[in-house]
Design a protein around this ligand. Structure first.
Ligand code: ATP
Length: 545
């Protein structure tokens, strides 16, 4: 279904490839997690499948097509087989739920009748029945993501690509989204999801492809998030913090970060023991199918280091972004972040004071930076976590939606064939976006991570109807009574037989005579002949007399 053959992709102007000699095959119906540290190439992998980027070398086949052979003009049509979901939902803020989902269908020229059937059906599938008239800002984050998922699947794509779909959601809501994706996958859709959520990956035990510095370093069936992904994330963040510190503290201990420049994370993973958990034996080299669970001690050390590095980097970055004088505490913490021994102290110091100082001088900028003090604290009990960019639930532009949901590439001169005038739709949406900018939802902070416990305890998103319940049983009894075959008593066998039936036919039974005086509702069993019973709905179903 999807095949990468020795794919290397280097972005324009970059020296290091985002993906480096990647060869993988994903089969129809698989559920695949793409994991790896920030910058390891997950989004680039998804963009290549979408043909938003093209490989520098190597070949990609999707749905049996060599992507090199799909012309720019045909790309929108190719993308109709793919649904895409993002971390920041990308809904049209001034369109209600129904129209957000319908929009992609309108643009690709689906009939009004199709839309009227497909949209409610899909909303029901994602658990949003009855919410079609709500605007995105009237929904919770989880509901907004379900709208985005509904939009991605309404055209029944064969492949669903999800880039950090739970990154903006709290753990319980995230678990609900995962049950939804699982169900979509169970329906036959191939799902590829990039994520940092160790809890989700560990709990679901699906195929895991792990990237590190653009290379596939692990490809396991039924796997967890894996120690190497965590170690890489921790190491990179620590390195980032050290690099940030280096840039603001020109004269410091020469040995403090010697040889610790940003480097291929795979090598870092091998060195994890020396960096994140000095008390532990070095972690094993990354081998396919050889992920070893982290010991609690190494986990906690890793988490502390991650928190430290993240908080320090945030403080320094905030100060640098604001062009304000760097807070001393931030400098010190960032320097210390490179030293595992002082990680904990630095985390506390940084989390409590440095970002606060930085925020004083640049409140808006500081809010944009990842790893706030609260997050740094939240990171403590969890496994080594990365510090992704602070997710922002930004509203989509018309082009985004067209491109993401229906395969319209705004860079492409071609607009897919439409039932409505796509140009007009886009123009109208642009003006709506301008008006909506003021009411756009505020940026959210990253949610706490999903743990395996939360995944286990998450209520299913779909509530299957109860097989039996009181109302159903009662209704069934009434229906059975109303439709039960009438007992026919042969006229010859009755003493009181009256010759009132047509010759050759049995006379109507006594019950039939009696029923002649009943109302329609009574005859159908919808109303008791003895009058309403206690608790009966007193609405009339038919003429009483
Ligand atoms: N448009 C771009 N131009 C240049 N370089 C890019 C571009 N997009 C990504 N990169 C670089 O390519 C590498 C891989 O980035 P990518 O976004 O694929 O990583 P990722 O694993 O998805 O990260 P994250 O988890 O933070 O989303 C990074 O080094 C990144 O800086």
């Amino acid at each position: 279904m999807i095949r990468f053959d020795s794919v290397t992709m280097t972005y324009h102007g970059q020296s290091r490839p985002a993906l480096d000699d990647v060869t993988v095959e994903i089969l129809r119906g698989e559920f695949v997690f793409l994991v790896g540290a920030s910058g390891s190439g997950k989004s680039s992998f998804l963009r290549l499948i979408l043909k938003e980027e093209r490989p520098t070398t190597g070949q990609i086949h999707v749905l049996g097509q060599d992507l090199r052979r799909i012309s720019t003009r045909k790309v929108p049509y190719f993308r109709r087989n793919l649904g895409v979901v993002f971390q920041d939902f990308r809904l049209l803020p001034n369109k209600n739920v129904f129209d957000n989902v319908a929009f992609a269908l309108r643009v690709i020229g689906k009939s009004r009748g199709f839309i009227q059937t497909a949209v409610p059906e899909t909303l029901r599938l994602v658990g949003l029945d009855g919410k079609g008239k709500r605007l995105p800002h009237e929904l919770s984050g989880g509901e907004q993501q379900r709208v985005a998922i509904a939009r991605a699947i309404v055209n029944k794509p064969q492949i669903l690509l999800a880039d950090e779909p739970t990154g903006n959601l709290d753990p319980v809501t995230s678990a609900g989204i995962m049950t939804l994706l699982e169900r979509i996958n169970a329906g036959g859709t191939t799902v590829i999801m990039a994520t940092h959520e160790a809890g989700i990956v560990d709990q679901m035990q699906r195929r895991v492809i792990e990237l590190s510095a653009g290379e596939v370093v692990r490809d396991e069936r039924s796997a967890g998030y894996g120690i190497s992904a965590e170690a890489i994330a921790v190491e990179i963040e620590a390195t980032d913090a050290a690099a940030a510190a280096a840039s603001v503290v020109p004269t410091r201990e020469p040995g403090a970060t010697k040889g610790r420049g940003r480097r291929p994370a795979r090598k870092s993973a091998v060195r994890k023991g020396a960096t994140a958990a000095p008390a532990e034996a070095p972690a094993p080299a990354v081998e396919p199918a050889a992920a070893t669970p982290a010991t609690p001690a190494s986990e906690s050390a890793a988490a502390s280091t991650a928190a430290t590095a993240a908080a320090a980097a945030a403080a320094v970055a905030a100060a640098r972004k604001s062009k304000a004088p760097e807070p001393d505490a931030a400098k010190a913490a960032a320097t210390e972040a490179a030293e595992p021994d002082t990680a904990k102290a630095a985390a506390t110091e940084t989390a409590e004071s440095a970002p606060a100082k930085a925020a004083e001088s640049a409140p808006t900028k500081a809010a944009e930076i990842d790893a706030t003090p609260a997050e740094a604290k939240a990171a403590k009990p969890s496994r080594g976590r990365t510090t992704k960019k602070a997710p922002t639930a930004k509203p989509a532009t018309a082009e985004d939606v067209l491109q993401d949901a229906s395969g319209f590439d705004s860079a492409s001169p071609e607009i897919p064939a439409t039932g409505e005038d796509a140009d007009a739709v886009v123009a109208a949406l642009r003006s709506e976006e301008t008006a909506a900018a003021a009411s756009a939802p505020k940026a959210k902070r990253a949610a706490p991570k999903v743990t395996a416990e939360v995944m286990r305890d998450a209520p299913p998103l779909y509530v299957e109807p109860e097989a039996t319940d009181e109302v159903t049983d009662e209704a069934a009894a009434i229906t059975a009574a109303a439709t039960a075959p009438v007992e026919r008593i042969p006229a010859a066998g009755r003493d009181d037989a009256e010759p009132d039936g047509p010759p050759g036919r049995p006379a109507p039974p006594a019950s039939a005579k009696k029923s002649a005086n009943l109302t329609l509702a009574e005859r159908l069993g919808l109303r008791s002949p003895a009058g309403p019973r206690p608790g009966d709905d007193d609405q009339e179903v038919g003429p009483v007399k």
